[in-house]
Design a protein around this ligand. Sequence first.
Ligand SMILES: *[C@@H]1O[C@H](CO)[C@@H](O)[C@H](O)[C@H]1NC(C)=O
Ligand SMILES: *[C@@H]1O[C@H](CO)[C@@H](O)[C@H](O)[C@H]1NC(C)=O
Length: 298
Amino acid sequence: MNPTSVCSPSSSSGSSSSTKLWIVHGVIAGVAIAATIGAHAYLGRSRKFRSRVVGIIPARYASTRFQGKPLVNILGKPMIQRTWERAKLASTLDHIVVATDDEKIAECCRSFGADVIMTPESCRNGTERCNEALQKLDKKYDVVVNIQGDEPLLEPEIIDGIVKALQAAPDAVFSTAVTSLKPEDALDPNRVKCVVDNHGYAIYFSRGLIPFNKTGKVNPQFPYLLHLGIQSYDSKFLKTYSELQPTPLQLEEDLEQLKVLENGYKMKVIKVDHEAHGVDAPEDVDKIESLMRENNLF
Ligand SMILES: *[C@@H]1O[C@H](CO)[C@@H](O)[C@H](O)[C@H]1NC(C)=O
Ligand SMILES: *[C@@H]1O[C@H](CO)[C@@H](O)[C@H](O)[C@H]1NC(C)=O
Protein backbone atom coordinates (compact mmCIF):
# COMPACT_ATOMS: atom_id res chain seq x y z
CA MET A 1 0.00 0.00 0.00
CA ASN A 2 1.19 3.49 -0.74
CA PRO A 3 0.75 5.48 2.44
CA THR A 4 0.71 8.81 0.58
CA SER A 5 -2.59 7.88 -1.03
CA VAL A 6 -4.44 8.03 2.25
CA CYS A 7 -3.74 11.66 2.79
CA SER A 8 -6.02 12.92 0.07
CA PRO A 9 -8.94 14.87 1.49
CA SER A 10 -10.89 12.39 3.49
CA SER A 11 -14.39 11.35 2.50
CA SER A 12 -15.56 10.61 5.98
CA SER A 13 -17.60 13.46 7.35
CA GLY A 14 -17.63 14.69 10.90
CA SER A 15 -14.69 14.62 13.20
CA SER A 16 -14.16 12.20 16.01
CA SER A 17 -17.00 12.75 18.35
CA SER A 18 -15.85 13.60 21.81
CA THR A 19 -19.34 13.17 23.18
CA LYS A 20 -19.31 9.51 22.28
CA LEU A 21 -16.21 8.71 24.20
CA TRP A 22 -16.91 5.29 25.55
CA ILE A 23 -13.66 4.64 27.26
CA VAL A 24 -13.26 7.30 29.83
CA HIS A 25 -15.24 10.17 31.19
CA GLY A 26 -12.52 12.17 32.69
CA VAL A 27 -9.41 11.38 34.52
CA ILE A 28 -10.06 9.17 37.46
CA ALA A 29 -8.92 10.51 40.77
CA GLY A 30 -6.41 7.79 41.39
CA VAL A 31 -3.94 10.59 41.73
CA ALA A 32 -2.46 10.84 45.13
CA ILE A 33 -3.81 13.18 47.71
CA ALA A 34 -0.51 15.01 47.61
CA ALA A 35 -1.31 16.19 44.09
CA THR A 36 -4.56 17.71 45.30
CA ILE A 37 -2.80 19.54 48.08
CA GLY A 38 -0.21 20.76 45.59
CA ALA A 39 -2.92 21.95 43.23
CA HIS A 40 -4.58 23.94 45.99
CA ALA A 41 -1.33 25.60 46.89
CA TYR A 42 -0.92 26.78 43.31
CA LEU A 43 -4.44 28.10 42.91
CA GLY A 44 -3.47 30.99 45.13
CA ARG A 45 -0.75 32.19 42.80
CA SER A 46 -1.22 34.75 40.10
CA ARG A 47 0.49 32.76 37.38
CA LYS A 48 0.26 29.03 37.35
CA PHE A 49 3.43 27.02 37.74
CA ARG A 50 4.61 25.50 34.44
CA SER A 51 1.77 27.22 32.65
CA ARG A 52 2.98 27.23 29.05
CA VAL A 53 2.38 23.85 27.49
CA VAL A 54 3.17 22.44 24.06
CA GLY A 55 2.05 19.08 22.72
CA ILE A 56 4.49 17.47 20.32
CA ILE A 57 3.53 14.50 18.16
CA PRO A 58 6.75 12.83 17.01
CA ALA A 59 6.23 11.00 13.70
CA ARG A 60 8.86 9.24 11.71
CA TYR A 61 8.32 7.50 8.42
CA ALA A 62 10.79 4.68 8.59
CA SER A 63 9.94 1.91 11.00
CA THR A 64 11.12 -1.66 10.90
CA ARG A 65 7.76 -3.01 11.92
CA PHE A 66 5.47 -0.66 10.07
CA GLN A 67 6.77 1.54 7.25
CA GLY A 68 4.86 4.82 6.90
CA LYS A 69 2.83 4.09 10.02
CA PRO A 70 1.72 7.67 10.79
CA LEU A 71 -0.02 7.87 7.41
CA VAL A 72 -1.91 4.62 7.60
CA ASN A 73 -5.59 5.05 6.82
CA ILE A 74 -7.90 4.49 9.77
CA LEU A 75 -11.53 4.69 8.70
CA GLY A 76 -10.82 7.31 6.06
CA LYS A 77 -8.27 9.46 7.85
CA PRO A 78 -4.53 9.14 8.32
CA MET A 79 -3.68 7.94 11.82
CA ILE A 80 -1.62 11.05 12.53
CA GLN A 81 -4.64 13.24 11.78
CA ARG A 82 -6.75 11.27 14.23
CA THR A 83 -4.10 11.68 16.92
CA TRP A 84 -3.84 15.40 16.19
CA GLU A 85 -7.62 15.89 16.29
CA ARG A 86 -7.75 14.18 19.66
CA ALA A 87 -4.91 16.33 20.98
CA LYS A 88 -6.71 19.48 19.79
CA LEU A 89 -9.50 18.66 22.22
CA ALA A 90 -7.16 18.85 25.21
CA SER A 91 -7.70 22.08 27.13
CA THR A 92 -4.22 22.38 28.62
CA LEU A 93 -2.23 22.58 25.36
CA ASP A 94 -1.34 26.07 24.12
CA HIS A 95 0.14 24.71 20.94
CA ILE A 96 0.41 21.39 19.10
CA VAL A 97 3.05 20.49 16.55
CA VAL A 98 3.97 17.44 14.58
CA ALA A 99 7.71 16.75 14.60
CA THR A 100 8.80 14.66 11.65
CA ASP A 101 11.78 13.78 9.46
CA ASP A 102 9.64 13.06 6.45
CA GLU A 103 8.32 15.38 3.75
CA LYS A 104 5.29 13.19 2.95
CA ILE A 105 4.20 13.24 6.59
CA ALA A 106 4.84 16.97 6.77
CA GLU A 107 2.75 17.68 3.66
CA CYS A 108 -0.05 15.49 4.88
CA CYS A 109 -0.13 17.25 8.26
CA ARG A 110 -0.08 20.71 6.74
CA SER A 111 -3.01 19.67 4.52
CA PHE A 112 -5.24 19.09 7.54
CA GLY A 113 -4.00 22.21 9.27
CA ALA A 114 -1.29 21.02 11.63
CA ASP A 115 1.89 22.93 12.38
CA VAL A 116 4.95 20.93 11.42
CA ILE A 117 8.55 21.08 12.55
CA MET A 118 11.15 19.22 10.55
CA THR A 119 13.57 17.23 12.68
CA PRO A 120 16.62 15.20 11.59
CA GLU A 121 16.24 11.63 10.46
CA SER A 122 19.03 10.83 12.88
CA CYS A 123 16.78 11.28 15.94
CA ARG A 124 16.92 7.89 17.58
CA ASN A 125 13.63 8.08 19.38
CA GLY A 126 10.55 10.13 20.06
CA THR A 127 11.99 11.85 23.10
CA GLU A 128 14.95 13.09 21.14
CA ARG A 129 12.63 14.23 18.34
CA CYS A 130 10.54 16.19 20.86
CA ASN A 131 13.67 17.81 22.19
CA GLU A 132 14.84 18.82 18.70
CA ALA A 133 11.41 20.24 17.92
CA LEU A 134 11.30 22.15 21.21
CA GLN A 135 14.59 23.91 20.36
CA LYS A 136 13.15 25.02 17.02
CA LEU A 137 9.92 26.48 18.38
CA ASP A 138 9.69 30.28 18.41
CA LYS A 139 8.01 30.49 21.79
CA LYS A 140 9.17 29.20 25.13
CA TYR A 141 7.29 26.44 26.88
CA ASP A 142 7.44 25.10 30.43
CA VAL A 143 5.96 21.70 29.72
CA VAL A 144 6.24 19.38 26.74
CA VAL A 145 3.74 16.59 26.20
CA ASN A 146 5.07 13.74 24.08
CA ILE A 147 1.96 12.53 22.28
CA GLN A 148 2.69 9.26 20.58
CA GLY A 149 1.05 9.02 17.21
CA ASP A 150 0.17 5.36 17.49
CA GLU A 151 -2.69 5.70 19.95
CA PRO A 152 -5.33 7.37 17.79
CA LEU A 153 -8.01 6.80 20.43
CA LEU A 154 -6.15 8.53 23.23
CA GLU A 155 -8.54 10.65 25.25
CA PRO A 156 -7.76 14.37 25.53
CA GLU A 157 -8.62 14.05 29.23
CA ILE A 158 -5.50 11.94 29.69
CA ILE A 159 -3.32 14.63 28.14
CA ASP A 160 -4.90 17.20 30.45
CA GLY A 161 -4.49 14.87 33.40
CA ILE A 162 -0.75 14.41 33.05
CA VAL A 163 -0.20 18.12 32.39
CA LYS A 164 -2.13 19.09 35.51
CA ALA A 165 -0.31 16.45 37.54
CA LEU A 166 3.05 17.90 36.51
CA GLN A 167 1.87 21.44 37.23
CA ALA A 168 0.78 20.35 40.69
CA ALA A 169 4.00 18.47 41.54
CA PRO A 170 6.96 20.85 41.42
CA ASP A 171 9.29 18.14 42.71
CA ALA A 172 8.58 15.96 39.67
CA VAL A 173 10.14 16.50 36.25
CA PHE A 174 8.08 13.97 34.40
CA SER A 175 4.51 12.73 34.40
CA THR A 176 2.78 9.82 32.81
CA ALA A 177 -0.35 7.67 33.02
CA VAL A 178 -1.28 4.13 33.97
CA THR A 179 -4.46 2.12 33.74
CA SER A 180 -5.64 -1.22 35.11
CA LEU A 181 -3.72 -4.16 33.74
CA LYS A 182 -5.89 -6.89 32.27
CA PRO A 183 -5.08 -10.33 33.76
CA GLU A 184 -4.39 -11.75 30.28
CA ASP A 185 -1.69 -9.11 29.74
CA ALA A 186 0.07 -9.82 33.04
CA LEU A 187 2.88 -11.88 31.55
CA ASP A 188 3.22 -10.02 28.22
CA PRO A 189 6.64 -8.30 28.20
CA ASN A 190 5.33 -5.69 25.74
CA ARG A 191 2.89 -4.50 28.39
CA VAL A 192 4.90 -2.43 30.81
CA LYS A 193 3.86 -2.58 34.45
CA CYS A 194 4.32 0.14 37.01
CA VAL A 195 4.27 0.46 40.78
CA VAL A 196 3.69 3.77 42.54
CA ASP A 197 4.10 5.09 46.05
CA ASN A 198 1.35 6.46 48.32
CA HIS A 199 1.71 9.90 46.79
CA GLY A 200 1.41 8.80 43.19
CA TYR A 201 5.11 8.90 42.32
CA ALA A 202 6.58 6.09 40.25
CA ILE A 203 8.71 3.58 42.13
CA TYR A 204 9.55 1.30 39.21
CA PHE A 205 8.53 0.13 35.75
CA SER A 206 9.04 -3.40 34.50
CA ARG A 207 8.27 -5.70 31.62
CA GLY A 208 7.87 -8.41 34.24
CA LEU A 209 4.89 -8.58 36.55
CA ILE A 210 5.34 -6.26 39.52
CA PRO A 211 4.67 -6.69 42.34
CA PHE A 212 5.47 -10.39 42.31
CA ASN A 213 3.29 -12.66 44.40
CA LYS A 214 5.18 -15.41 46.21
CA THR A 215 2.78 -18.04 44.90
CA GLY A 216 4.31 -17.28 41.52
CA LYS A 217 0.84 -16.67 40.11
CA VAL A 218 -1.03 -13.60 39.04
CA ASN A 219 -3.08 -12.45 42.04
CA PRO A 220 -6.58 -11.75 40.72
CA GLN A 221 -7.16 -9.43 43.68
CA PHE A 222 -4.20 -7.16 43.10
CA PRO A 223 -4.72 -3.88 41.18
CA TYR A 224 -1.77 -4.18 38.79
CA LEU A 225 -0.99 -1.09 36.71
CA LEU A 226 -0.28 -0.92 32.98
CA HIS A 227 1.87 1.95 31.74
CA LEU A 228 0.49 4.04 28.88
CA GLY A 229 2.91 5.60 26.41
CA ILE A 230 1.98 9.22 27.00
CA GLN A 231 4.46 11.39 28.88
CA SER A 232 4.99 14.99 29.76
CA TYR A 233 8.21 16.62 30.90
CA ASP A 234 9.40 19.81 32.39
CA SER A 235 10.94 21.42 29.30
CA LYS A 236 14.24 22.11 31.05
CA PHE A 237 14.42 18.46 32.02
CA LEU A 238 13.79 17.27 28.46
CA LYS A 239 17.27 18.36 27.40
CA THR A 240 18.80 16.70 30.45
CA TYR A 241 16.82 13.56 29.74
CA SER A 242 18.30 13.11 26.26
CA GLU A 243 21.75 13.70 27.67
CA LEU A 244 21.54 11.27 30.57
CA GLN A 245 23.68 8.25 29.92
CA PRO A 246 21.94 4.89 29.72
CA THR A 247 21.60 3.24 33.11
CA PRO A 248 21.80 -0.45 34.10
CA LEU A 249 18.11 -0.98 34.81
CA GLN A 250 17.11 0.95 31.71
CA LEU A 251 19.34 -1.25 29.57
CA GLU A 252 18.24 -4.48 31.20
CA GLU A 253 14.51 -3.77 30.87
CA ASP A 254 14.83 -1.75 27.66
CA LEU A 255 12.69 0.98 29.19
CA GLU A 256 13.92 4.52 28.67
CA GLN A 257 11.91 6.01 31.53
CA LEU A 258 13.91 3.98 34.04
CA LYS A 259 16.91 6.23 33.61
CA VAL A 260 14.82 9.06 35.02
CA LEU A 261 14.20 7.09 38.21
CA GLU A 262 17.72 5.67 38.36
CA ASN A 263 19.09 9.18 38.35
CA GLY A 264 16.86 10.06 41.29
CA TYR A 265 14.33 12.26 39.50
CA LYS A 266 10.70 12.05 40.49
CA MET A 267 7.95 11.01 38.17
CA LYS A 268 4.28 11.66 38.81
CA VAL A 269 1.84 8.99 37.71
CA ILE A 270 -1.90 9.40 37.25
CA LYS A 271 -4.33 6.55 37.05
CA VAL A 272 -6.89 6.67 34.25
CA ASP A 273 -9.53 4.40 32.85
CA HIS A 274 -8.35 3.61 29.36
CA GLU A 275 -8.41 0.69 26.99
CA ALA A 276 -5.08 0.75 25.21
CA HIS A 277 -5.38 0.18 21.48
CA GLY A 278 -1.97 1.00 20.17
CA VAL A 279 -1.22 0.52 16.48
CA ASP A 280 2.16 -1.19 16.38
CA ALA A 281 1.77 -3.47 13.42
CA PRO A 282 -0.36 -3.44 10.25
CA GLU A 283 -2.72 -6.05 11.70
CA ASP A 284 -3.64 -3.70 14.54
CA VAL A 285 -5.38 -1.41 12.04
CA ASP A 286 -8.24 -3.85 11.43
CA LYS A 287 -8.70 -4.30 15.16
CA ILE A 288 -8.92 -0.60 15.85
CA GLU A 289 -11.26 -0.02 12.92
CA SER A 290 -13.73 -2.65 14.07
CA LEU A 291 -13.57 -1.25 17.55
CA MET A 292 -14.31 2.23 16.27
CA ARG A 293 -17.22 0.96 14.15
CA GLU A 294 -18.70 -0.93 17.10
CA ASN A 295 -18.51 2.17 19.25
CA ASN A 296 -19.52 4.70 16.64
CA LEU A 297 -16.23 6.53 16.86
CA PHE A 298 -15.51 8.17 13.55
C1 LIG B 1 -0.77 -13.71 46.73
O1 LIG B 1 -1.92 -14.02 45.93
C2 LIG B 1 -2.96 -14.65 46.64
C3 LIG B 1 -4.10 -14.95 45.67
O2 LIG B 1 -3.64 -15.61 44.52
C4 LIG B 1 -3.43 -13.76 47.76
O3 LIG B 1 -4.45 -14.42 48.49
C5 LIG B 1 -2.29 -13.39 48.66
O4 LIG B 1 -2.72 -12.48 49.64
C6 LIG B 1 -1.17 -12.78 47.84
N1 LIG B 1 -0.06 -12.38 48.69
C7 LIG B 1 0.68 -13.22 49.40
C8 LIG B 1 1.77 -12.64 50.22
O5 LIG B 1 0.52 -14.41 49.36
C1 LIG C 1 16.86 8.27 22.92
O1 LIG C 1 17.89 9.10 22.48
C2 LIG C 1 18.62 9.73 23.51
C3 LIG C 1 19.61 10.69 22.93
O2 LIG C 1 20.24 10.18 21.83
C4 LIG C 1 19.29 8.67 24.37
O3 LIG C 1 19.99 9.28 25.41
C5 LIG C 1 18.21 7.74 24.89
O4 LIG C 1 18.75 6.72 25.68
C6 LIG C 1 17.42 7.16 23.75
N1 LIG C 1 16.36 6.31 24.22
C7 LIG C 1 16.08 5.14 23.68
C8 LIG C 1 14.90 4.43 24.25
O5 LIG C 1 16.74 4.67 22.79
